[in-house]
Design a binder for this molecule. Structure first.
Ligand code: SAH
Length: 226
């Protein structure tokens, strides 16, 4: 899989991809991530990518021209399954969407800033819009990193234990059961006996029951939806 992230603030995206699971996924060549600096596509002396809003109002708007030039160049090198604009009014990211995106080959994630992008970008240049929640961030960079992380960890071979992503919350409509590690007893607080029993079937049954109980208590909406 290849992901291009277009941004006018590339430094904001340096660290999420240079550590831990996302770094290893790139080292293993399971994914390539390119952070594209939109300013390189600005054709003015100061390399500005934004301008005042027509009709007035607070906040700058990202111009269509550099974005179009950038996307056109990227499209001349690769065929993209989706060109996604990160937007607070887009479809809300869910595990189902992450699963779906993880099957794609090439993706572009476009990060807005300031007041957002010129509406014509949304009308003509992109294929999809994704929000990471009902709140407004200063830019699309953190949102793009969230989408990329949720997708990349699903690619076969990225997580060491192949079943690991499947046992996470939301994959089967339930939230994950509680987890414990050593010591088995700390300040008198004990790990559930069954987890120390070595009895695989009983452990699996316990995990399922805990998942169900947690989902009922914390996310009854998931049970209603399924
Ligand atoms: N004026 C816009 C918000 C702009 S915020 C509005 O009211 O809808 C600036 C940029 O941050 C957006 O262009 C988008 O790319 C990104 N962004 C902000 N909140 C986001 C969210 N919840 N999900 C995804 N991207 C978001």
């Amino acid at each position: 899989m290849h992901i291009d992230i277009i941004t006018c603030l590339p430094r904001l995206l340096e660290s999420p991809f240079s550590d831990s699971i996302l770094k290893r996924a790139q080292q293993k060549e399971l994914v390539t991530v390119s952070i594209i600096d939109l300013r390189e596509y600005a054709n003015n002396k100061h390399r500005t990518t934004d301008d005042y809003a027509f009709g007035g109002g607070a906040g700058m708007v990202m111009m269509i021209e550099p974005i179009d030039r950038c996307i056109t160049e990227l499209k001349s090198k690769r065929q993209y399954d989706d060109i996604i604009y990160m937007s607070p009014d887009g479809e809300m990211l869910t595990q189902t969407i992450a699963n779906e995106l993880s099957l794609k080959k090439n993706l572009i994630l476009l990060c807005g800033h300031y007041k957002g992008v010129d509406e014509r970008v949304r009308e003509h240049l992109i294929t999809r819009e994704i929000s990471i929640g009902n709140y407004v961030l200063s830019g699309g960079e953190l949102a793009a990193a969230v989408v990329a992380d949720a997708v990349i960890r699903l690619l076969p071979g990225v997580l060491n234990d192949e079943t690991s992503a499947l046992t996470d919350s939301f994959q089967d409509g339930l939230v994950a059961p509680p987890v414990y590690t050593r010591p088995a007893e700390y300040k008198g607080w004990k790990v559930p006996e069954v987890l120390l029993s070595g009895h695989e079937a009983k452990i699996a049954q316990w995990k399922y029951e805990k998942s169900l109980e947690r989902t009922k208590n914390r996310r009854p909406d998931l049970l209603r939806n399924s």
